[in-house]
Design a protein around this ligand. Sequence first.
Ligand SMILES: *Cc1c(COP(=O)(O)O)cnc(C)c1O
Length: 555
Amino acid sequence: MGAMSERYEDIVAALRQAFPQPVSDRVHDAYFVFSFLRALDRVDAMKSQAPMLGKPEELDYEAARRSRIAEAPASLEQVSEQLVDYLSGMFIWGHPKAQINVVPSSSIPSIIGGLLPSIYNPNLASDESSRRVAVAEVEAVSMAADLVGYDAGRAGGVFTFGGTGTLLYGVKIGLEKACPGTRRKGVSGSAALVCSEQAHYACHSVANWLGLGEEAVIQVPTTDDNEIVPCLLESQLRDLLKDGRRIAAIVATMGTTDAFGLDDLKAVCGIRDELAHAFSLDYTPHVHADAVIGWAWSVFNDYDFDENPLGFRHRTLRALAGASRRIRELGRSDSLGIDFHKTGFAPYVSSAFVCRDAADLKLITRDPRATPYLFQSGQYHPGRWTLETTRSGFGPMAAIANLRLFGRDGLRSLLGHLVTMAEALREHLEGHQATHVMNRGNFGTVTLFRVYPEGVDTFTVPDRELRDPRYREQLLAHNAYNRRIYELMQAEALSGEGVVISLTDCYRETEYGEPVVALKSYITSPFSDERYVDAVLESIWRARDKLAAEESTQT
Ligand SMILES: *Cc1c(COP(=O)(O)O)cnc(C)c1O
């Protein structure tokens, strides 16, 4: 565009080309699609053998802060080129050599599901403004409700801004049950949010944002398998109730972020019922299942593990059954959260909050007088009770795309494959005396492990490090050792040779209060393959040899 100002009509005429045409124009549609194709082509040019687009980038925030809006418009072509450049240096989560975190690759239908509403902007505040996309939300919620074991005819829910959002809805409803009228008068008293020590920090965020305060979060210790200790939950709840505290919510974590620990939801609900009775409570403490990771395993609720029609290996079957035995209890929760963007192969953000009994939603429904300009017609008005006003159709459309694409068998097969790969990794790590799997009792697609130098007895040392304060020095030295292993593996992976895994600074605390560092392999790619499991191991041995060589030159 020239330096001389154009007349506004000319500018508008040019900019119109950058919008989808309101009436059928196949030639312009081709231009639209072709523009996207060119963007994809540029992205493709960034691919290599490494699990990353382009190269690792030095991020220049100084330059970013000097950015200003230009005087003249740019062309669609210029802008889309520039947009693609922002992807440079991104990990390709769906690459089999990326085993970093619980980030899936998105299926093509789920991407299209997300794109369509971004063209037409349905607003899920109401069916007045979203029409059949509102139906998609009801379908997705009903399918999810039925899948996890709720009565879909009675359940209700919405898509919201991430797993944290789902937890916020659950705890908010629980708070209204425990302290009726909070919505009007604000928080009074000191209601508690009870969860495990391995629960996601989102519990703290929610307590903070709801005005309960982070100190209202009471964390109950977990077993070595990262699940809440039921008898400690019970004594904790008893103490709170004796002190006259109200219970805003009990959060059961159904798939912890680092280790895939699964709380015993049946026991949690049993304890809740028993104490509500024993203390003659005038409300039933709300149990919210933070199942944002674990929900997907619900597809195994009705899998015949004896017949094994999909033909999983024995070790895989055992792992799937191990997770299923907890996940099949999800229907007992009062509400739960689902991240389709964690274990459902959908793009960010696609999270559903689902309530076992839609009647609970009345507790957070606004007075219709507060929204005079909305909800004049139609019959579906989640905007009456959602925190958000505008809600995008992205989440439900992406979710429904995958629920349809996969069916139960598709999701079973994908999860089964990822678990098979994780189990193959574990088999090797358990078989070698220099490595120790930390989350042995957790049967997901994440493996936490530690690597030890030559001469450490890995039959006894890892366990002693966890419990015996006399092993403090050794624990800390091995923490540092694992950090070094991680750095070497990372450097190798970024050069295109190895596999990118990650490191957790505190997989859990030792019984004497020190953090345990662990290496983490999170397998989420449909393209994962035994070759890449071997590549992780080879990279570990190379890193270990390198450290041993450094050690011997120092002494
Ligand atoms: C990731 C995660 C969350 C937070 O979900 P977001 O979608 O990142 O907001 C909450 N709980 C658990 C267990 C998680 O793993």
